[in-house]
Design a protein around this ligand. Structure first.
Ligand SMILES: Nc1ncnc2c1ncn2[C@@H]1O[C@H](COP(=O)(O)OP(=O)(O)OP(=O)(O)O)[C@@H](O)[C@H]1O
Length: 341
């Protein structure tokens, strides 16, 4: 290990609305939900990540759980800073006497404003970063998928995360056109909560709704490999008593239909904005999907039916952006599209 490595360490952060991943020495060393538990009276952060998630929806009046990011951007600066600091500490887990200077690459949604960008940089700097580079999420996803982003070839990437769906056409190391909408996995979860309340008179929490989405969520009401019906437990709105009901994937497909239609609409808009030479490339290569939301059953097929284009889901879609951010970290000098200031 050289002196440079001893005093400066490089990490890549996929700071997401739902999950935060940190890559250090080419490995994912942190993969935790982006959530913080705070003492209401003292504002002290008492838990972060998985530990805080266990408390989510089950807290008493002295504790609150916060998701510091909303729609892909920092909504609570104090909580975000503590969360980043805590996750960075997990890398060293007490094995170091001093904290090294940190060089970080962090990904950001492509539709982010200057103020929102500043908030990410400031949080990282307060958490110990000396040098911060930002990369747009679809670019990171493309790199993580294994696409040569610097080639004179158009590729369409759709990153469906927790807070945002980012649709981008990438060529020659840049984003040629993009469309970012604040409809993604979290909105699907809300739709399910709302549907269960309206349709079945049952009140469920966010964690249960997310579980339903993962176990029986679907984008189409007819699937080739349908999941089994799922038992949902919650509170009966009429009687106030806990109850259990069975839900089918077709019902969930119905509940998610409107949100998925919004994503489809955004994809069509992005395709319309694409310059013709790049359209020709995309016709050949198809569309690449990444992000946890892309794991919804049948979503690739539904997008393919709508666009008449082949759709490919990234390997390990939840980690594609982090992988790409990690590769960007190793190419800081080469990748001109990283944002420095
Ligand atoms: N098997 C699955 N089926 C459907 N959705 C899933 C599945 N697994 C995870 N998700 C959803 O994926 C979303 C998280 O994805 P991801 O980690 O890519 O987002 P993020 O990077 O945190 O968010 P953003 O990019 O918007 O900031 C959550 O809404 C989660 O519920």
């Amino acid at each position: 290990m050289g002196w440079k490595n001893l005093f400066t360490q490089e990490i890549a952060i996929d700071l997401g609305t739902a999950n935060t991943l940190i890559i250090y020495n080419d490995k994912v060393v942190v993969d935790e939900p982006s959530i913080v538990a705070q003492d209401r009276a003292t504002s002290k952060v008492i838990a972060i990540g998985r530990q805080a998630q266990k408390m989510h929806g089950k807290t008493h009046e002295n504790i609150k759980t916060i998701r510091p990011l909303k729609d892909g951007v920092i909504a609570d600066f104090y909580a975000a800073e503590h969360m980043i600091r805590g996750f960075i500490k997990m890398i060293y887990s007490g094995s170091r006497v001093f904290t090294p200077a940190l060089r970080m690459v962090i990904c950001i949604p492509s539709g982010i404003t200057e103020v929102e960008k500043r908030a990410v940089k400031d949080s990282a700097e307060h958490a110990g970063a000396k040098e911060v580079y930002l990369i747009h999420e679809p670019m990171a996803a493309a790199i993580g998928i294994g696409i040569d982003v610097e080639e004179p070839m158009g590729n369409m990437i759709i990153d469906i995360g927790g807070g945002t769906s980012e649709i981008a056409v990438i060529a020659l190391g840049g984003i040629v056109c993009d469309k970012s909408i604040r409809v993604a996995g979290d909105e699907f979860t809300n739709d399910i909560e709302e549907y269960m309340r309206r349709q079945h008179n049952i009140l469920i929490g966010e964690r249960t709704a997310e579980k339903i989405k993962i176990e029986v969520g679907a984008a189409l009401d007819q699937l080739d490999n349908p999941p089994e019906d799922y038992a949902v437990r919650g509170r009966d709105l009429m009687t106030g008593v806990p109850k259990e009901i069975m839900v089918t994937y077709s019902e969930i497909a119905h509940a998610l239909d409107k949100s998925i239609a919004k994503i489809e609409e955004a994809i069509l808009t992005a395709l319309e904005m694409t310059p013709p030479e790049l359209s020709a490339d995309i016709y050949k290569t198809g569309i690449y999907l990444a992000g946890g939301g892309s794991m919804l059953r049948g979503l690739d097929k539904r997008i393919s039916q709508k666009t008449k284009l082949p759709v490919h889901i990234a390997d390990d879609p939840l980690r594609a952006v982090a992988r790409g951010t990690g590769i960007a970290l190793k190419n800081i000098d080469k990748f001109k599209f990283l944002i420095r200031d």
